[in-house]
Design a protein around this ligand. Sequence first.
Ligand SMILES: Cc1cc2nc3c(=O)[nH]c(=O)nc-3n(C[C@H](O)[C@H](O)[C@H](O)COP(=O)(O)O)c2cc1C
Length: 345
Amino acid sequence: MCFIGRPCLFAILATKWPPRTLGWGIRTDFMQKIQLRHAFGRRNSEKVTCSITPDRGIYLSNRLSLIMYSSKIDRIDCVKQSLMKRRSVRTFTDQKIEQPILDDLIDVAKYAPSGSNWQNQRFLVVTDPEEIQKIGKIRFVWPYKSANVDRVKEAHPAGILGHGAALIVVFADAAKNDARGNGEYYMWEALETQNCSASIQNILTMAAAHGLGSCWVSASEKMNYSRMLSGKTWRDALSSYDIPSTYKMQGVVVLGYPKSYDEAGYAKGEKLHGATDWVSTERQENSHYLINKRDVNASNFDSGLGRNEAFFVLAYSKMIKLLLRLVSYFDRRIHKIEYVRHLGK
Ligand SMILES: Cc1cc2nc3c(=O)[nH]c(=O)nc-3n(C[C@H](O)[C@H](O)[C@H](O)COP(=O)(O)O)c2cc1C
């Protein structure tokens, strides 16, 4: 083995290829061309020439697909690290986020998948510190339910959002859904949230890769109870922006440079979260999240409710379901009438 280019070495190490099956002779010419001699098992050595493509992928004959792993492993590792090392960060330094990085975040946000290919995700990027404070004050959220609200409000007058160097407010343009006009609006409403959630996750992943801290902060059109919004609506908070009436708020991402990093250079997040209870943000074994085949011998689910309580819970939930069906029935009727009118135009 005369010389091993670094990616190739990674390939061999990372695939844990049993060394006895391989004999490698690799020469690199500034990583542009690799001349590679290999022998698998008892097969005689042969010479294969391959080149590294500009994106670091390696083109070679299919016999040597192992080498492809060198760039593939980089890719897999990068993505997996950014996904797994992302942690919610809620306090930041004062450092501003550079515009190309913000552009990057929007680039990946718009490439998120979207149901029916609506591409209806819309983004408002706020970097002006005064605006951030104003929005944070209106949408004040004290960190944890059990916290002393007055004391926290004094220490963090603009809540979590106020700490950010940038906010990305994510909207779904409901016009895309509404345009169906066939009484299916509610059926597909969830897609608005799902599309935006996909974008938000892309933003968080990319932010992690850039070494930024980020936190997905709950927001929705329906969230206008006074505790969360200081008695004001999202429209009040964002009145200085030109937001079409069809845009529906789906979430906010608060971003900034973190106060500390982990050993791999990713923003350090909190180990506990206490919105309802203090719970660890560490993840459990895969088996905790995976669904098993039903055990036919297992006893029925026990809700822990007494007989009377269980009866009322069941009765209320049936009533609510019925009401929702009624609302959705009338909604469909109205949409159908509108649709017919629209066709007649
Ligand atoms: C839909 C959604 C809404 C969230 N809303 C908030 C929020 O309003 N405030 C907050 O501090 N964290 C919020 N988070 C972040 C979660 O608290 C956090 O993801 C969770 O505690 C796990 O921690 P980790 O992100 O560090 O793994 C939200 C996360 C999601 C997915």
